[in-house]
Design a protein around this ligand. Structure first.
Ligand SMILES: O=C(O)CCC(=O)C(=O)O
Length: 271
C-alpha cells in the first residue's frame, strides 16, 4: 500500500527511516535546549504554552508553541521542505503552510503523576477556525521514542469518525478521555504506539485521535510537532472556537492562511 493510501485509510503514517544525521539531531537538541533556557537566536520569544515559559511543574510536559519564532536550528526543522513535501503528498494537496509548531519535552515521571500525559484528543476540535480539516502534523523524534518513554499513540481510522469526542480542557487521564470517545458501529479502538528512532517522523491527520502516556524512562522524551495547513484551507468564524494564532495574525472570513504566521513549507511549483 502506498503511503498516501495508508494515510487515507488509517489517518497516520510512520516514516521510519530517520531523515536526519546524528550531527543534525545534536544541533536540533542544542537549539531546543537554548529555547528551553530562554535563549532565542532571533530575539523573539515563542508563544506561551503548557508549563512554559514558567516551568511550574518539573514533572509536567512542556509544550512550547510557535518555537520556530525563536530562529536557529529548530526553526529550520519546523520549515523543513522535505517534511513539508511528504506532508503534502500524504494529504494529496499542492502545498502546505505553517499552522504552528510545538516543541515537546516530556520529562521522566518520577512518581505516579499524570502531568506528563497528553490525553486522547482530536486536534481538529481546536482548529475549527479552518473551513476544512486538511491539516496534518509531522511529529519529529529528537531522541529515540518508544512505549517506555511515552511515545505518541494513534487510533487507526479514527480520522473517519467525524467529531468523535468533545474538546476537553486538555484532560490528562488516558482512560477517562478514551471513555468519552463515540466509536462508530463497526469500528474498533485499537492503539498504535508511534515508536520512532531519533530523526524519524510520524504524521497524523487533524481528526486522528491521539495522545500519550507517562515517560517511564530516566531520560526526557524530546520531539517537535509541526502542524501544517493545506494551501486551499480558509479562515472561518462559523465555528465556536478561536485559536491563539489569530492573536498574532487576525483574519477575515474566507482568507487563506498566508503571511508572517503562515510561511510556505512546501508547494508544488508546477501545479
Ligand atoms: O507529543 C505528544 O505526546 C502529543 C503531541 C500532540 O498531541 C500532537 O502532536 O498533536
Amino acid at each position: 500500500m502506498s503511503p498516501q493510501n495508508f494515510f487515507e485509510n488509517y489517518g497516520y503514517w510512520i516514516e521510519s527511516e530517520p531523515l536526519f544525521s546524528s550531527q543534525d539531531l545534536a544541533e536540533y537538541r542544542q537549539s531546543m535546549n537554548d529555547i528551553m533556557n530562554h535563549q532565542y537566536e532571533s530575539g523573539r520569544e515563542p508563544m506561551a504554552g503548557r508549563n512554559w515559559p514558567a516551568r511550574e511543574d518539573l514533572q509536567g510536559m512542556v509544550q512550547i508553541n510557535n518555537a520556530w519564532w525563536a530562529g536557529g536550528a529548530i526553526s529550520r526543522l519546523s520549515l523543513n521542505r522535505q517534511i513539508g513535501q511528504m506532508a503534502a503528498q500524504l494529504l494529496q494537496v499542492n502545498g502546505v503552510y505553517m499552522w504552528h509548531d510545538q516543541l515537546l519535552y516530556k520529562p521522566p515521571a518520577r512518581s505516579r503523576t499524570l502531568s506528563g500525559n497528553v490525553g486522547w484528543h482530536q486536534d481538529w476540535n481546536y482548529w475549527q477556525v479552518c473551513d476544512h480539516a486538511d491539516l496534518i502534523t509531522a511529529w519529529v523524534a529528537l531522541n529515540d521514542v518508544n512505549t517506555q518513554n511515552g511515545a505518541m499513540m494513534v487510533i487507526p481510522g479514527s480520522h473517519r469518525w467525524g467529531q468523535a469526542m468533545e474538546a476537553s480542557e486538555r484532560t490528562l487521564e488516558m482512560d477517562k478521555t478514551a471513555s468519552e470517545v463515540k466509536i462508530p458501529r463497526g469500528e474498533k479502538w485499537e492503539i498504535v504506539h508511534c515508536e520512532l528512532q531519533a530523526g524519524a517522523v510520524s504524521f497524523h491527520h487533524a481528526k486522528t485521535i491521539h495522545g500519550s502516556g507517562p515517560n517511564n524512562s530516566d531520560q526526557p522524551r524530546l520531539g517537535l510537532a509541526i502542524h501544517m495547513v493545506a494551501d486551499h484551507v480558509r479562515y472561518t468564524n462559523q465555528g465556536i472556537y478561536s485559536h491563539s494564532n489569530l492573536k498574532v495574525c487576525p483574519r477575515k472570513e474566507g482568507d487563506l492562511f498566508r503571511g508572517h504566521q503562515h510561511p510556505v513549507i512546501w508547494k508544488n511549483d508546477t501545479a
